[in-house]
Design a protein around this ligand. Structure first.
Ligand SMILES: NC(=O)c1ccc[n+]([C@@H]2O[C@H](COP(=O)([O-])OP(=O)(O)OC[C@H]3O[C@@H](n4cnc5c(N)ncnc54)[C@H](OP(=O)(O)O)[C@@H]3O)[C@@H](O)[C@H]2O)c1
Length: 298
């Protein structure tokens, strides 16, 4: 693989996605910064990115991509391949935070969340994989969360969306190992991005009102998370380091956070248990990509 890579990022209008685009492009990687509606609601963000690219001569291209729409995903991926001839890395970053007691989240809100945070990556991965298979190389990167490994009250549906993403990404890592395509997971802790301002709150207040003191849990958690949030550039630097790690040397999971809750310990144990299961089911040879790495390093 060429050391300068072609990278598609979803949700690059703000936050992590935008920082990833700038950080990777400054190192010479060709970045397709995709977002919803760059000609409308994200026109200002799109124009700021284009202006920066021009000013610093950065290889960043802005493209439209709504992860909840199959046709939008396919069109964007086709445009990347038409322009760059290949696609080396797909960063599944688009997503949002839903906060509230689980019973107060309507089924429509729950479905919408899963559509962006989980089905979005399902769509993007299916769109990019035929191109990666043709190249016999590629990286599927999934921006999960520490909340993809631990569970907090009032974050249950958000956690569910990230737990689901983790399962998808891990299964892909086993299935694609023999084809030279890597699937990996980044698990950020709490970081300063517009995510807290963009939070969707549970709509059924009447249900929440029956919970007494527990009704205050979402506000308590959100205050604690935003007051301890770290500098998002740490996550962008981690993503850059991962992308520049040679094929075959990458880990399945990377936790990065301002506080250490022990997620690395969960990941190390999980890796060991997964290796045992794969071995016991006679799948170790099929998943040699995973087995080749020392159990215990995550
Ligand atoms: N910040 C944290 O503490 C933290 C911690 C762990 C994980 N994460 C994860 O990091 C990712 C990025 O979040 P962020 O913190 O950078 O927050 P953010 O600034 O709010 O960025 C979220 C991005 O996702 C995009 N998005 C939402 N729905 C979309 C859709 N249907 N199609 C395309 N794009 C869509 C948003 O686009 P619009 O501008 O169009 O709304 C925005 O660009 C998310 O997956 C989040 O769960 C964040």
């Amino acid at each position: 693989m060429n050391s300068k890579q072609v990278v598609l990022i979803t949700g690059a209008s703000t936050g992590f996605g935008r920082l990833f685009a700038e950080t990777l492009a400054r190192k010479g990687h060709t970045v397709f910064a995709t977002m919803r509606d760059p000609g409308g609601r994200n026109a200002k963000n799109a124009s700021e990115i284009r202006t920066l690219a021009e000013k610093e001569s950065l290889p960043i291209h802005v493209l439209e991509l709504d992860v909840t729409n199959d046709a939008s995903v396919d069109t964007a991926v086709d445009a990347v391949v038409a322009k760059a001839g290949r696609i080396d890395v797909a960063i599944n970053n688009a997503g949002y935070y839903l906060s509230g007691l689980e019973e107060a989240v309507t089924s429509e809100q729950a479905q919408r969340l899963m559509d962006a945070n989980f089905f979005g990556p399902v769509r993007v991965n299916r769109a990019v994989l035929p191109h990666m298979r043709r190249q016999r190389s590629g990286v599927l990167m999934h921006i999960s969360s520490g909340a993809g490994r631990v569970v907090l009250p009032s974050m249950g549906l958000y956690c569910a969306s990230k737990f689901a993403l983790e399962a998808l990404a891990e299964a892909y890592s086993y299935e694609l190992a023999a084809q030279g395509i890597e699937s990996l997971i980044v698990e950020p802790g709490q970081y300063e991005t517009p995510i807290f301002g963009n939070t969707v709150t549970a709509a059924d207040e009447a249900r929440a009102n029956t919970y007494g003191a527990a009704k205050e849990i979402p506000a308590k958690i959100n205050a604690a998370l935003s007051s301890t949030a770290g500098n998002a550039q740490e996550v962008a630097d981690t993503v850059l380091r991962i992308i520049e790690t040679p094929a075959g040397d990458k880990q399945l999971r990377y936790f990065v956070g301002p506080q250490d809750f022990g997620v690395d310990q969960i990941n190390a144990l999980s890796k060991q248990v997964q290796a045992n299961v794969l071995e016991a089911l006679g799948l170790a040879a099929d998943t040699k990509f995973l087995k080749g790495k020392a159990v215990g390093s995550v």
